[in-house]
Write a protein that binds this ligand. Structure first.
Ligand code: URA
Length: 215
């Protein structure tokens, strides 16, 4: 990625963060803004649910126990944290870490939409049910984790939330196994002719993309 492109993306993200910070109509305003961090020119965008207590304090996404797991898995597949981008669908902590409300997800949606459009990742990795259903409303995380889907112009590869994996050995195993598929999934998206992962939703080379079956 050209240096200038990355500088331009960084600039747009700084402006977007400032806009969110100044939007006093947003919900959860008593919590800190956790905008997201990483390489603005990344091919891979991880998206969680909402910041927790540690994230609220540090104003950084995924820095608690679940974040440690996510960051370790990223390193385990040979990527660097600095090469990916990490954010959440809701950018402020819901009180007591409760689930985000539909209206909270909706309120932050225009900003997440713009954040994704600036970054333009090759692959979005939603972590857990809320982030997965944000992109794929009919998806079932247990059934659909570890597969490539199309959501509008984006390719999406749902995974279990690392916090859920910390509570269940079965989910941990599934998260680890599917995480290991990420490099191949990315490769397949970049070179659709190399059929490394079977997925009927992926277009053949030079074929016009089909709509995801989930829509
Ligand atoms: N869980 C999330 O969904 N996001 C974070 O940033 C931290 C924990």
């Amino acid at each position: 990625m050209c240096h200038n492109v990355r500088m331009e993306k960084d600039k747009l993200l700084v402006e977007l963060e400032r806009e969110i910070a100044e939007d006093k109509k947003l919900p959860l305003l008593t919590a800190n803004l956790v905008f997201g961090e990483g390489n603005s020119s990344t091919e891979i965008l991880f998206i969680g649910e909402a910041p927790g207590q540690n994230e609220d304090i540090q104003k950084r996404p995924f820095v608690g126990k679940a974040g440690q797991l996510l960051r370790n898995l990223i390193k385990k597949i040979g990527w660097r944290e600095a090469d990916v981008y990490i954010t959440n669908i809701v950018k402020r902590r819901p009180p007591g870490n409760r689930d985000p409300l539909p209206e909270e997800i909706e309120a932050y949606k225009p900003y997440l939409t713009r954040q994704i459009e600036i970054i333009k990742p090759k692959l979005i990795v939603p972590l857990g049910r809320f982030a997965t259903n944000y992109f794929l409303p009919l998806a079932k995380i247990t059934r659909d984790q570890g597969k490539i889907f199309r959501a509008g112009e984006w390719r999406v590869f749902p995974l279990f939330h690392p916090a859920a994996a910390l509570r269940s050995p079965d989910m941990m195993k599934a998260l680890e196994e599917n995480f290991m598929k990420l490099p191949l999934a990315l490769e397949q998206i970049k070179n659709p002719s190399e059929k490394k992962i079977e997925d009927p939703l992926l277009p053949k080379k030079d074929e016009k993309p089909k709509q995801s079956q989930l829509f």
